[in-house]
Design a protein around this ligand. Structure first.
Ligand SMILES: O=C(NC1CCCCC1)[C@H](C1CCCCC1)n1c(-c2ccc(-c3ccccc3)s2)nc2ccccc21
Length: 232
């Protein structure tokens, strides 16, 4: 049984990324807002576009703290951000949904999201994903590294130097793998389960344009930034 050990450098890397991840949270807590009131489909759509717009802005700030990211080709940095923004949003939504809340709050939040305006067909896969993320009980370091691994996906559209991105992603995957072994010693397959969620995340994110187009209201308005990110 090989002794898994996180090196000093990997420890430092994990701290930089986790601190940045915790620092770059969107200011306003959307779950609290949703728990306070029942909104119309129009109000919910506006809330989503506001949350998503500020989420993209904090994602850009977060990536600046990923060691090596700013050394990548500048156009590749943009391609990685554009290619991972929707996945990062669903991942963050899943983490918001899975947070420990006073009893009964998660059920209310689920109900509010079910009735928010999203069309029925997407609700089940979305909550299946949220619950599968919740079951992992990730520590914050794992959440930060999983988001980083998602951003550093080499095969995003228009990435030119895939090898450079692959090298960075490998570095992060190595730390994440060791962390999983140390955090979940009884579950040797935990790391594999974690990566399996990224496949589910990519599938869910494929639907995002239809999810927006089918939001139960007319005349969907988007910010310029979201037109860029959401291909709408
Ligand atoms: O505000 C939100 N998410 C923030 C995004 C930025 C990061 C923080 C979370 C929305 C709200 C849903 C209800 C109506 C208002 C918006 N939300 C979702 C999404 C469902 C569908 C989503 C989507 C994304 C892209 C394209 C098409 C559809 S996001 N899941 C949540 C789980 C828990 C708390 C909020 C959650």
């Amino acid at each position: 049984k090989e002794k898994v050990e996180i090196t000093k450098e990997q420890q430092a890397l994990m701290k930089i990324i986790t601190d940045a991840y915790n620092r770059h949270q969107i200011p306003q807590d959307v779950a609290k807002k949703l728990l306070q009131d029942q909104y119309s489909a129009e109000e919910n759509f506006l809330l989503l576009t506001e949350m998503a717009t500020s989420q993209v802005q904090v994602l850009v700030e977060f990536t600046k703290n990923i060691p090596g990211f700013l050394s990548l080709d500048r156009e590749d940095q943009i391609a990685l951000l554009k290619g991972s923004a929707v996945e990062a949003m669903f991942l963050r939504s899943a983490q918001v949904f899975s947070r420990k809340m006073p009893s009964g709050h998660t059920e209310v939040l689920e109900e509010r999201i079910r009735k928010s305006g999203i069309s029925e067909e997407f609700i089940t896969p979305m909550f299946n994903f949220y619950k599968s993320i919740g079951e992992l009980h990730m520590v914050q370091e794992e959440q930060a590294l999983l988001t980083t691994v998602t951003i550093l996906t080499p095969d995003r559209p228009y990435v030119k130097d895939q090898q450079a991105v692959e090298r960075l992603q490998e570095t992060m995957l190595d730390v994440l793998r060791k962390l999983c072994v140390l955090q979940h010693p009884q579950e040797p397959q935990y790391f594999a389960r974690l990566l399996g969620r990224l496949t589910e995340l990519r599938t869910l994110s494929h639907y995002h344009t239809e999810m927006l187009a089918s939001w139960r209201m007319n005349d969907h308005k988007f910010t310029p930034l979201l037109c860029e990110i959401w291909d709408v």
